[in-house]
Write a protein that binds this ligand. Structure first.
Ligand code: PGA
Length: 272
């Protein structure tokens, strides 16, 4: 899609940033399921140009299988993680170059399940963004607070701690703040996979805090152009209410993205 079509679609959608709807399948779905999912999208998606972008993050074993069809459908194909090193003795890991070679165009970085169960620090997450962009991948940088952090009134500190290494890397020129190569996803840990969604007001408040931090450190131009998605128990029933908050530029959907019908219903719930 051309940049002009992209801008036109964004304006028609009534948003200042282009909406992005992302599916994070985590460790779910088999080959037959991903094929069926793509069949359904091919059947139901309106012809390009669309007014929004779509991203699918399958298990790495399906990247290669999905690559050509994602190109045909103009979908971003996203790894769920990449290792910060270019190659080497890292059993079970996938490098950014390998993900790109298998057809990925984006990768998640710093999902809370990686931060939690794989002990990824803010610095490691940032190194992954650098590695991804070096290989031409876009990075969907995930962050968000835990319940104790929210209850202790630590949200602003947590956001700064998680964002600052990324902002430093942008200032140093190691990360490009280009929306075609970088987006953020705010995912409060207490809302992921729990059925407990942030209220639209709370989500909008957090997004505004994140954008304020970006504005303070990087200036208004960069702060205004980067998308911030919301994630955490988004489903067809709550998507429309969340979408009314213009601070939210799209969703990163886990459980409700496993079924193509419910993922499409979320997008339709936003008026597309
Ligand atoms: P969920 O997951 O929609 O199942 O809460 C979101 C995510 O972890 O990206």
């Amino acid at each position: 899609m051309s940049d002009t079509d992209r801008e036109k679609g964004t304006a028609e959608a009534g948003r200042s940033r282009r909406p992005l709807f992302a599916a994070n399948w985590k460790m779910n779905l088999l080959s037959r399921d991903v094929d069926a999912f793509l069949d359904r999208l091919a059947h139901e998606l309106e012809a390009a140009p669309r007014q929004y972008d779509l991203l699918l993050a399958p298990s790495p074993v399906w990247l290669d299988r999905m690559a050509q069809r994602c190109r045909d459908l103009d979908l971003r194909l996203c790894a769920q993680d990449v290792h910060p090193a270019a190659s080497g003795a890292h059993t079970g890991d996938v490098s950014a170059q390998q993900a790109a070679d298998a057809g990925a165009t984006w990768t998640l970085c710093g999902h809370s399940e990686r931060r939690g169960s794989h002990h990824e620090t803010d610095e490691v997450v940032c190194a992954k963004v650098v590695a991804a962009q070096e290989q031409g991948l876009g990075a969907l940088f995930c962050l968000g607070e835990t319940l104790p952090e929210r209850e202790d009134d630590q949200v602003e500190e947590v956001f700064s701690r998680q964002l600052d290494p990324l902002i430093d890397a942008i200032e140093e020129g190691a990360v490009q703040p280009d929306p075609l190569r970088l987006a953020l996803a705010y995912e409060p840990v207490w809302a992921i996979g729990t059925g407990r969604t942030a209220t639209p007001e709370l989500a909008a408040q957090s997004h505004a805090l994140l954008r304020a931090r970006l504005r303070t450190r990087l200036g208004p131009e960069i702060a205004e152009r980067l998308q911030i998605l919301y994630g955490g128990s988004v489903k067809p029933a709550n998507a429309g209410a969340l979408w009314r908050e213009h601070e939210l530029d799209g969703f990163l959907v886990g459980g409700a993205s496993l079924d193509p019908g419910s993922f499409l219903d979320i997008i339709r719930g936003c008026g597309f």
